[in-house]
Design a protein around this ligand. Structure first.
Ligand code: G6P
Length: 368
């Protein structure tokens, strides 16, 4: 057991630190020397794509949160409307699925029952099925028309970390691939994204090199029972994932909201020393986030902000700021999620929890 952990105290921490590798594998295996995307298991052609007028992304837990980011990427680069649903809801709401639907299942294990049953339901209705899966040969993988493996390697910690970042990479690749195939993505945007994606493994390493900062923050906050995550745009998706990670392994009653929704209810809960994690990586939403941060600060919150390098103004507004390296705004999730994973990990470890096997949770949920 300890040999497998390669010097890390827990699998979860080891897996967080394996992300540069997982991301590199998932990405570089799909790029040829001309920077073209080659998706081995995907047989989606321009002709098939022409007839697709809607995409559904369906998954559970962390995979669902990857789907939220995937939705933005597909809408942005392939310009096809996308809906994203948790599998246990999708199955029971009689969704508008037909032969013109592309159904995307996302699953680390490929065995989550609700995801698998949703896939079968979509297939019955005539949808084309594409899956993003980590476990080779799993049920979801076997029942799909198109298959995009994440190359995260085996994930042992119940809280998903490296599977999530590799799912993000799979979505970016797919969105760019589809945008090129249907001609809705301009060439220069495509190459700009590819170049930026290729820098990701290195940039993740830069973020991991600052893990001591998060460790210090965790030491100061691990007993705080009032925690909120907030963000706008794609930062909102990361707020959801960061909050889930924290509650899964620390057992803190944390939740996430779209920052613009603060004043419609949640701000009533903010009091002295409420710990707020504010995601503020998006240029066009930066000013709006600054004012949300001021709003919670004025009510006594302790604000930890996550922003891109260079946004120094935040150091005057938030109590603490973690800077991620600069990149395209569409790609910040790959970097900004890492400090939230580290925070969840260190808080959980400081509380003396069983980090790799949190109570009541299972790695793969094969019951309804
Ligand atoms: C369980 C795990 C989560 C995971 C979810 C979906 O709840 O504890 O970490 O995100 O299932 O699992 P899947 O294997 O379908 O990605």
């Amino acid at each position: 057991d300890s040999a497998e952990k390669e010097g890390f105290e827990h699998f979860t921490l080891k897996e967080i630190f394996e992300q540069p590798k997982g991301v590199r594998e998932t990405l570089m295996r799909r790029l040829n020397s001309q920077n073209e995307i080659v998706l081995e298991g995907v047989t989606l052609t321009a002709d098939i794509l022409k007839d697709i007028n809607k995409v559904y992304i369906v998954a559970c837990g962390t995979a669902y949160h990857a789907g939220l980011v995937g939705r933005r990427a597909i809408e942005m680069f392939a310009k096809i409307p996308v809906e994203c649903d948790v599998a246990s809801e999708f199955r029971y709401r009689d969704p508008f699925v037909d032969e013109k639907t592309l159904f995307i299942a996302v699953s680390q294990s490929g065995e989550t029952l609700d995801t698998l049953q949703s896939l079968r339901e979509a297939k019955r209705k005539g949808a084309r099925i594409l899956s993003i899966v980590n476990v080779v040969g799993s049920s979801v993988a076997r029942e799909s028309d198109d298959l995009l493996y994440t190359w995260a390697g085996p994930e042992i910690g119940v809280a998903s970390t490296k599977a999530y970042t590799t799912q993000l990479i799979a979505f970016y690749l797919l969105a760019l691939y589809m945008g090129k195939l249907n001609g809705r993505l301009e060439e220069h945007k495509y190459f700009e994204m590819i170049e930026a994606l290729k820098l990701m493994p290195e940039k993740i390493t830069e973020v991991l090199d600052q893990s001591k900062e998060i460790q210090k923050l965790a030491a100061a906050q691990f007993n705080n029972e009032k925690v909120f995550f907030m963000g706008r745009g794609v930062d909102c998706d990361i707020a959801y994932e960061g909050s889930l990670k924290l509650k899964e392994i620390s057992y803190i009653n944390s939740f996430a909201i779209a920052a613009g929704e603060l004043k419609h209810g949640t701000i009533a809960l903010i009091e002295d020393n409420t710990f707020v994690v504010a995601m503020a990586t998006q240029d066009k939403l930066y000013e709006k986030m600054l004012s949300n941060i001021k709003e919670v600060k004025a009510r006594g919150a302790y604000v930890f902000a996550i922003a891109k390098e260079g946004n120094d103004q935040l150091t005057k507004t938030a109590d603490e700021v973690f800077f991620i390296p600069t990149t395209l705004d569409a790609l910040t999730p790959i970097l900004s999620v890492i400090p939230t994973q580290l925070l969840a990990y260190y808080v959980s470890a400081l509380r003396g929890n069983d980090v790799d096997k949190p109570r009541n949770l299972a790695k793969s949920v094969t019951v309804e």
